[in-house]
Design a protein around this ligand. Structure first.
Ligand code: 5GP
Length: 183
């Protein structure tokens, strides 16, 4: 049985199991495979550091084609649980994106600010199209209008850790997703 954990000053309770997540991620991979099977276009995958790396590995190994893969890093959360509300580009895309069709890989879409920022930034930088596949989607917190092309699971509007999601850089390696325990 998976138990509550303590990270720094907070208790987190088990929320999504590795098995449930695996099934949902495989499902996203299958949908992407189906969509690009008949297409001559091979999209480029841009993994957002650091949180999406765990999701990206699981998703990318299930693809039936071999795309180019690069990294990008934005920051919206400080070291706590609150968004700063302002996005910074911390690492420019590590791969040529001009004229390319991009699929961003994200750990979680919350308010959507990061997704909107990256979307607009990549188009302005010459990308041909920008889509997104996110591991998790906090639909209740989402403030943008752009659709989330693919997501594995919808989640509550609670602070989560595990599978790449951190609390002050801790907790990323947890295979289960935990949510902040509120009493
Ligand atoms: P947004 O810009 O959509 O509001 O937030 C997206 C980013 O905020 C994510 O890439 C992630 O880094 C961070 N974030 C949003 N919700 C959570 C959460 O519940 N837990 C953690 N650890 N990070 C989150």
């Amino acid at each position: 049985m998976v138990e509550d954990i303590v990270i720094r000053d907070h208790v987190f309770e088990p929320y999504i199991s590795r098995e449930e997540l695996d099934v949902a991620i495989n499902n996203v991979a299958e949908r992407i495979n189906t969509e690009y099977k008949a297409s001559k276009e091979v999209p480029i995958f841009l993994i957002t550091l650091s949180g999406a790396t765990f999701f990206a590995v699981r998703l990318l190994e299930k693809l039936s084609f071999t795309p180019k893969i690069g990294f990008v890093k934005c920051s919206s959360y400080a070291s706590g649980m609150k968004s700063l509300g302002k996005i910074k580009m911390a690492l420019e895309p590590t791969i040529e994106i001009s004229g390319k069709n991009i699929i961003i890989l994200e750990d979680i879409v919350d308010t959507g600010l990061t997704w909107k920022y990256l979307h607009d930034y990549l188009l302005k930088s010459g990308a041909n199209s920008v889509r997104i596949a996110s591991m998790l989607f906090k639909e209740e917190a989402y403030k943008e209008t752009a659709i989330i092309d693919w997501y594995a699971l919808k989640v509550e509007d609670k602070f989560l850790v595990g599978m790449g999601l951190d609390y002050g850089e801790l907790g990323r390696n947890l295979p289960t997703i935990y949510k902040l325990k509120t009493t």
